[in-house]
Design a protein around this ligand. Structure first.
Ligand SMILES: N[C@@H](CCC(=O)N[C@@H](CS)C(=O)NCC(=O)O)C(=O)O
Length: 222
């Protein structure tokens, strides 16, 4: 199978993490976002919104990272990342939805105010990137994250993972955004919440994430 994306793309990371967790290795085809390849005719044919990642499985194309991780968990052999219990499955979906609705957006606002975007702004492609947030926008984003993280911290008091005793696609969907938050002076929001901090330690030290979780530190990888 092929994955079109980059090694430092937060949206590509969940896809690569599922491959790693299940003991598989895709062919990663680099689509340079800063080089504009995401908006090339070839990529627009694969992904009509001009983004990455895209999965290619024997001629079948699938885009949207959260759809791809669910597909791969069913398609690939290896340990399941989806709980069989109906309630735990429901909780997994709840936490994936929380990531999408309340976490990844404000994390990206914080990232736009930090060192990763300072680097991106050195690229000739920086004109197409959104501006740095002002103080009020940054404070609002941190407030939104504090609210979501309070809820997660409370729920993680009684269980090891978001959906129960098992590492699941919920963790897979949160990992990249928290990694980028740490790289953007936002890690305090995690570390000041003890259950969330323990959970972060547990999930970020997994071999799959150690292999996949690469934050942008040079322009070539983007
Ligand atoms: N909803 C998409 C978001 C993908 C996304 O934002 N990808 C970024 C890379 S991490 C991208 O392609 N950015 C280029 C752009 O938005 O122009 C998904 O999860 O698949």
């Amino acid at each position: 199978m092929k994955v079109y994306g980059t090694t430092t793309s937060a949206a590509t990371h969940p896809v690569l993490t599922v491959f790693a967790e299940k003991g598989h290795e895709p062919e990663l085809v680099h689509v340079s976002i800063l080089g504009g390849a995401d908006k090339s005719p070839e990529n627009l044919k694969r992904q009509p919104f001009g983004e990455v990642p895209v999965l290619e499985d024997d001629g079948f194309l699938l885009y949207e990272s959260r759809a791809i991780i669910r597909y791969l968990d069913r398609r690939l052999s290896g340990p399941s990342l989806t709980p069989s219990d109906a309630r735990e499955h429901g909780l997994m979906e709840q936490w994936i939805s929380i990531e999408q609705c309340y976490v990844s957006g404000p994390v990206w606002t914080v990232v736009r105010g930090g060192p990763v975007y300072d680097l991106i702004r050195q690229s000739p492609a920086f004109r197409t990137m959104p501006p740095a947030p002002d103080t009020a926008e940054l404070a609002r984003a941190r407030g939104e994250l504090a609210r979501a993280f309070d809820v997660a911290d409370r729920d993680l008091a009684g269980r090891a993972y978001l959906a129960g005793d098992q590492f699941s696609l919920a963790e897979v969907s949160w990992l990249p955004y928290l990694e980028y938050l740490f790289a953007s002076h936002g890690g305090d929001l995690v570390l000041e919440r003890p259950n969330l901090a323990d959970w972060w330690q547990r999930i970020s030290s997994r071999p799959s994430w150690q292999k996949v979780g690469k934050v942008l530190t040079d322009l070539e990888s983007a």
